[in-house]
Structure formats: C-alpha cells, structure tokens
Design a protein around this ligand. Structure first.
Ligand code: FAD
Length: 211
C-alpha cells in the first residue's frame, strides 16, 4: 500500500480545499525564513475547519506526519518538514468576533497580524505584542511561536494574551484549551479521547496507524 497516494486520493474526495503534490508546490513550501530546506510530502490548503479535521484524521489514519503553517517566517525551521503541510493562511483568515469593551476577539489562525490590527483599530484597540514580521506573520504562527516584539516590556508575549485556543488534535478530534480549575481538569481527564489523555499527561501516545 502506498500510504501517501491513498491519503491524497482520500482527502481530495473529501475536502473543498486543495491537496497539492506537484513538484512546484512542494518546492515552494520546502523553505521558510530559516536556513533549512525540507520538501513536504504534500500540501493541504484547507477551505474550512472541517477540511483541517479531515486532513488531520486522514494523516493519522495513513500514519503521515503533519505540520501546520502560516506565513513561513519562522527563523529556525519550524515551518518546514518532510510531512503533510497544512497551510491555513489562504482561507482561514477571518476575524470572527470582536468585543472591544471586554478587549477580546475570536479569530482564525491564518489571519495576518497587521490586518487584524487594521480591522480593530477603528474600535480603539490593538493586539499588543508586535513581531517585526507582523505584515506577513499569521496569528497561528504567532501563537505557536509565542512571538513578541520590541514593545514586549509593555505588552508581554503572545502567551499573555491568549484566552483560549480551539485546536484540531492529531487524531482529528477538536478540543478547546484555556484556564481550567481543578474540578474541570479532573472531568476533562476522564475517558478515552485524545483530549482526556492530554489532560492525563499522555496525549502523544494516541496516534492511529494504517490498517
Ligand atoms: C524579518 C523577520 C522578522 C521577525 N521578527 C520577529 C520578532 O520581532 N519577534 C518574533 O517573535 N519573531 C520574529 N520573527 C519570526 C516569525 O516571524 C514569528 O515567530 C512569527 O510568529 C511566525 O509566524 P508565521 O505565520 O510565519 O508562522 P510559521 O513560520 O508559518 O509557523 C510558525 C510555527 O507555528 C506553527 N503554526 C502555524 N500555524 C499554525 C496553526 N494554525 N496551528 C498550529 N500551529 C501553527 C507552525 O507549525 C510552526 O511551528 C521574524 C521573522 C522574520 C523573517
């Protein structure tokens, strides 16, 4: 069985987004802003969160490693690997909700930081940490790298501003992480889901393999 070919065929039949394996696309995604170059196995450009779920599920099923990617401005090779790259920057870039009074927003991960700030500026608010790459860098990459900028003494780092993250886990299940009291933690740690295993501290061991 060719796991990659089966993965590509399965996913193309399932998602609205793109599944690219052509040499040009793989070359384009083989570099980021670091010195490293690693050619991905395939590039998925999801159209929706449902596409991400399908891509994660299929990757787990066929035993293929995955790497989410934003703008690829990482300096230490975080955005390249010999894996399935999932690029959230093309379609998953919306500001979903802004509550300027309470100073929070719900956003999608592919949103570019400067565009986010431009959209909320008329409301008199801004996203504080300011990586110098903010005219390219996406909020997903900013959160994953815990980015900050020259005003870090004033605004702190990204981790100081993330209230909650809804994540698609490596088996395709979805979980929301945020401040959790002991009782909620204990409840979430029960059961056989990957989320529960993460709360028990053993999440990495649950990965499905192809049959
Ligand atoms: C000129 C230049 C200046 C820079 N200045 C700064 C600076 O001032 N401060 C600073 O902190 N950094 C800086 N950086 C580094 C980099 O720009 C930032 O760390 C930025 O946050 C990366 O964002 P990105 O969208 O390019 O992420 P990528 O490089 O695409 O990805 C970064 C990491 O995030 C993960 N990721 C991306 N999207 C998702 C997602 N949807 N879900 C889960 N994980 C995801 C990737 O797997 C990877 O591990 C600079 C880089 C350059 C080239």
């Amino acid at each position: 069985m060719n796991a990659l070919a089966d993965f590509v065929n399965t996913l193309r039949g399932r998602i609205r987004g793109e599944v690219r394996t052509d040499p040009m696309s793989r070359l384009l995604y083989s570099t980021d802003a670091s010195n490293y170059q690693m050619t991905p196995l395939a590039v998925v450009i999801p159209h929706s969160t449902a596409d991400v779920v399908d891509a994660m599920e299929a990757s787990a099923y066929y035993g293929l490693p995955v790497l989410p990617r934003g703008a690829g401005t990482s300096l230490a090779g975080q955005a390249v690997n010999a894996c399935v790259v999932i690029d959230t920057s093309k379609h998953l870039d919306a500001v979903l909700e802004v509550n300027a009074e309470e100073r929070w927003a719900r956003i999608q991960p592919g949103l570019i930081m400067d565009l986010f700030n431009r959209e909320v500026a008329p409301l008199g608010v801004t996203y504080g940490p300011d990586p110098a790459s903010g005219n390219r860098a996406t909020m997903g990459g900013i959160i994953a790298n815990n980015a900050t900028g020259s005003h870090s003494i004033v605004y702190g780092m990204t981790v100081d501003h993330v209230l909650e993250v809804t994540a698609v886990l490596s088996d395709g299940s979805t979980a929301t992480f945020g401040p959790t009291d002991e009782r909620t933690w204990a409840t979430k740690a029960k059961g056989n889901t990957l989320e529960a295993k993460i709360y028990r501290g053993g999440g990495a061991s649950l990965t499905s393999t192809p049959t």
